[in-house]
Design a protein around this ligand. Structure first.
Ligand SMILES: Cc1cc2nc3c(=O)[nH]c(=O)nc-3n(C[C@H](O)[C@H](O)[C@H](O)COP(=O)(O)OP(=O)(O)OC[C@H]3O[C@@H](n4cnc5c(N)ncnc54)[C@H](O)[C@@H]3O)c2cc1C
Length: 378
């Protein structure tokens, strides 16, 4: 169905690069327009779960993902003050399976995707801010992120809203165990995990009444980060002491877009469904979108393909976003008694049925959009 159709992709983030590659590998003539002068990502990490790794493998990047990242052994929730384990998700079984959990530097993942896109013949026009209303192509894919102009055009909406949370992102030199650790405190939490090359990634989230800064992120004084996480476990304070440069992000969101497409425009990734980072799924869902969209366009006439893509993806991304919002509440419990009871219940549950917490997420991590047609939209 794709033949050598001309497709314009707006945005060279994870969603744009992945969909461009998937389409070009199926014969489409793809051009990516990116407003930045070069394709780059902020220095921070990404957790790629098996559902996202499946797409990277199908794009031919499975070995490069394993080689470029760190295999994540476990996600462990900890209490903020003493760092005592509350719940452990043992991920080891995934590493003997077809698709691993990988911790990877964003810049490295973007680099892998850009190389795959170029190898598949994708053309890039960098430093070009596209206006999706005037782009003249049989198909325009708006992979233009949370501030998407394509989304505004299709849904006639205003700007995204501030979620009441800010996130510092930093990287320090440290040899960390290959696990992700989440320290849960009142109104804030900190996630840390290793990246390859002896780096440790830190994401620290705090609730705030408002975001007063111009723009979406800015460089911050590491002293502000240290002050916000006073009272956290000694190892956390040690890591924060080592932070030399840090960026602070306001976390903004939209609800899942009601309308993802018209006859010749369609959304993918954060443009369609920005999510809070508390389930580490934004990039993974963007990868899934990319594969499903390319697959639908390859099998069906365009109008049917776009409708099948939206119908297939919307319930799943909505479920993932609800789960991420739930984590936001549960990580940040403010009342000491409630927090103690909740953590106690999780500890007990984890001791009685250690595999149960991970099984609860089988719908998310074991979903393979590249697999048999049973998992794909009709
Ligand atoms: C603190 C934090 C931690 C996170 N951790 C994880 C994680 O561990 N795992 C995970 O899966 N996800 C994570 N995420 C989410 C993930 O980063 C995003 O969901 C993902 O990067 C979205 O990719 P995207 O391609 O849709 O959008 P973006 O990455 O925002 O890309 C959009 C691109 O479009 C370009 N663009 C926009 N408008 C135009 C225009 N008009 N013309 C041309 N170009 C344009 C932009 O310059 C940009 O390059 C995290 C997010 C945050 C904030």
């Amino acid at each position: 169905m794709l033949g050598d159709r001309r497709v314009v992709v707006v945005g060279a983030g994870v969603a744009g690069l992945a969909v461009a590659t998937a389409l070009a590998q199926r014969g489409a003539r793809v051009c990516v327009l990116e407003q930045a002068a070069r394709i780059a990502e902020v220095g921070a990490g990404l957790q790629i779960s098996p559902n996202g790794a499946a797409v990277l493998a199908a794009l031919g990047l499975g070995d490069a993902l394993r080689a470029g990242g760190v295999l994540n052994r476990a996600v462990e929730l900890r209490d903020y003050a003493r760092g005592r384990p509350v719940l452990r998700l043992d991920l080891a079984r995934h590493h003997s399976g077809p698709h691993p959990f990988v911790l990877i530097h964003r810049a490295r993942l973007i680099g892998l995707l850009e190389t795959a896109a170029r190898n598949a013949g994708v053309e890039f026009r960098l430093g070009e801010t596209a206006d999706p209303a005037t782009l003249d192509a049989p198909l325009v894919i708006g992979a233009d992120g949370v501030k998407s102009a394509t989304r505004r055009l299709l849904n006639h909406e205003s700007e995204p809203f501030f979620t009441g949370q800010v996130a510092w992102r930093a990287v320090i030199r440290d040899d960390a165990v290959p696990e992700a650790h989440v320290y849960m405190g009142p109104g804030r939490h900190l996630v840390t995990y290793p990246l390859s090359d002896g780096l440790r990634n830190i994401v620290a989230v705090e609730e705030r009444a408002q975001w007063a800064q111009e723009g979406w992120n800015h460089t911050d004084d590491p002293a502000n980060l240290r002050a916000a996480f006073t009272g956290f476990a000694p190892e956390v304070l040690d890591w924060l002491e080592q932070v030399e440069t840090v960026n602070l992000w306001g976390l903004f969101r939209h609800p899942v877009a009601p309308r993802w497409c018209d006859a010749r425009r369609v959304l993918a990734g954060d443009a369609a469904h920005p999510t809070l980072p508390f389930l580490a799924q934004g990039a993974n869902l963007a990868l899934e979108d990319a594969w499903v969209l390319a697959d639908c366009l390859n099998r069906l006439p365009q109008a049917e393909a776009l409708a099948a893509y939206q119908a297939g993806r919307q319930p799943r991304v909505a479920r993932a976003i609800r789960a991420a919002n739930g984590n936001a509440r549960n990580y940040h419990l403010r009342n000491r008694l409630v927090r103690g009871l909740a953590h106690g219940a999780l500890r007990l549950g984890g001791r009685i049925l250690p595999q149960a917490p991970l099984k609860r997420f089988a719908w998310l991590y074991d979903h393979d959009v590249t697999g048999p047609a049973g998992q794909r939209p009709a």
